[in-house]
Design a protein around this ligand. Structure first.
Ligand code: NAP
Length: 441
């Protein structure tokens, strides 16, 4: 029993933002009881449903997260229980001393241009969720029987999407990509993927390691027009930034040596191009782009446009949180309203719902630790009832909450269903996860 054993905290969302709050509580508030509530039976948010299937090494951080739960009796996983659907924030507030909102930013930003509602236009969360077996997106059914696709943006998500669309079954054999997605990508007539960056190579949002992967694809070539690459780094750029940017520009230079059409698919990276309209009838037939220039890092319109024929558009332009009734929301930035992590008395925000969809998995660690410090410093007054009251609520509402032990059973079923060297064959629906679990009882 620790000093904080009369306190309890609910963390809503088991992605990196929430899991680092759990870890911080274990270190800084020993004994404090922690319930990690997630709307899906499967834990760890973007680690499972967002990180690219061919980045299994990155996904292994889930082992550390799992340890925080399995090695500590004070921490529980309460899966398949959704805030806003099964339980209200006011109810959690009456049960726990603190509630941490860490439910991420899973909604795609919109371009806000004509034609965005056409068939075969997708946001990256939906598209990535589709190939990652996310229950919300397994039925997306993108039509890949096309010649050209446009990917908007040049962040790491755009790189993930272009890369996964270019991979072969052999390259993906060690991954947990959805079978239906791999089959569809392999059978696709898709030849060209145009990645459009509205600014230049010096402003590209991707990181170098991710960009480098585009140069070593088995069945796809990535090409860049060498004439748009800067010969030198700008004088005014600080030294650290210069170093980072120079590496990225060098990678673009390496990519610029390749020729379009050398392999089955070609990824064309196009800088200084911003979409103004998605063309066609009900279906996408092309995209109208405006040539841009960059001044002081800012994207400036030139008025000059060009059209690229394509039959699919995937926007990879960032994402936003879901507004939930009763939780103050900043619609402009797509995050929960808060002051340094404090949302309202006893309610805090962490992860992307707090900061917006930026940064690496590790960025969440520092941020979640800081929010946890605040939360602990706010503990005051009589302790709230805690996890037993949550159990009563789950029981009264006849919810099938999934514990971590339950999840380990589902995980084991997924691993047993995989064909080596794939690590797992994911269940793609909540129902199939629960059926699998119930069948073992
Ligand atoms: P991001 O890094 O913010 O990139 C968004 C891209 O969309 C940028 O190129 C941006 O251009 C462009 N964009 C935004 N609005 C646009 C508009 N209206 N029209 C045209 N282009 C527009 O976002 P992300 O790729 O979704 O990634 C989110 C975070 O997750 C990032 O921090 C990323 O590094 C991280 N992540 C990391 C990995 C990895 O480490 N392997 C993988 C996936 C994601 P501007 O720059 O001009 O705004």
């Amino acid at each position: 029993m620790g000093e904080f054993s009369n306190r309890s905290v609910a963390i809503v969302g088991s992605g990196p933002g929430g899991m680092y709050v759990a870890q911080a509580l274990l270190e800084k508030a020993p004994g404090c009881r922690v319930d990690i509530i997630d709307r899906l039976p499967s834990p760890f948010g973007l680690i499972r449903g967002g990180v690219a299937p061919d980045h299994q090494k990155t996904k292994r951080v889930d082992q550390k997260y799992a340890q925080s739960i399995t090695e500590n009796e004070s921490v529980r996983y309460v899966g398949n229980v959704a805030l806003g659907r099964d339980v209200g924030l006011d109810e959690l507030n009456q049960i726990y001393d603190a509630v941490v909102l860490a439910y991420g930013a899973p909604y795609d930003n919109k371009l806000g241009i004509p034609g965005e509602d056409k068939e075969n236009v997708y946001g990256s969360n939906a598209f990535v969720g589709w190939y990652n077996c996310h229950p919300d997106f397994k039925d997306l059914g993108p039509n890949l029987e096309i010649g050209n696709a446009a990917v908007i943006g040049i962040g790491n998500v755009a790189i993930d999407v272009a890369r996964v669309l270019s991979r072969t079954p052999a390259e993906m054999s060690t991954t947990d990509i959805a079978d239906y997605a791999m089959d569809s990508i392999e059978a696709a007539s898709l030849k060209n993927i145009y990645m459009f960056a509205r600014r230049g190579p010096l402003e590209a949002a991707c990181t170098n390691n991710e960009l480098k992967e585009m140069g070593v694809l088995e069945a796809a070539t990535t090409v860049v027009d060498p004439s748009v690459l800067p010969a030198e780094m700008p004088e005014e750029m600080d030294d650290r930034e210069k170093k980072v940017r120079a590496r990225i520009v060098d990678t673009f230079k390496e990519l610029s040596q390749a020729k379009a059409g050398e392999k089955r698919r070609t990824v064309h990276i196009e800088f200084f191009a911003s979409p103004t309209e998605i063309l066609g009838g009900d279906k996408v037939e092309g995209i109208r782009m405006e040539r841009t220039k960059v001044e002081n890092g800012r994207c400036i319109s030139t008025g000059e446009t060009f059209d690229i024929p394509c039959e699919m558009v995937i926007t990879c332009i960032g994402s936003r949180a879901e507004p939930i009734e009763g939780i103050p929301f900043n619609d402009r930035s797509g995050i929960v309203e808060h002051e340094e992590g404090r949302v309202s008395p006893g309610v805090y925000a962490a992860g992307w719902v707090k900061r917006g969809a930026t940064g690496t998995i590790g960025t969440n660690r520092l941020d979640s630790y800081a929010v946890t410090d605040l939360l602990i410093s706010d503990f005051a007054g009589d302790p709230m009832p805690g996890p037993n009251a949550m159990d009563s609520l789950v029981c009264d509402r006849d919810l099938q909450a999934v514990s971590f032990e339950d999840w380990l059973v589902i995980k084991d079923l997924e691993e047993k269903a995989a064909i080596e060297p794939s690590p797992r064959k994911k269940f793609c629906t909540v129902e199939s996860m629960l059926e699998g679990l119930n069948a073992t009882r």
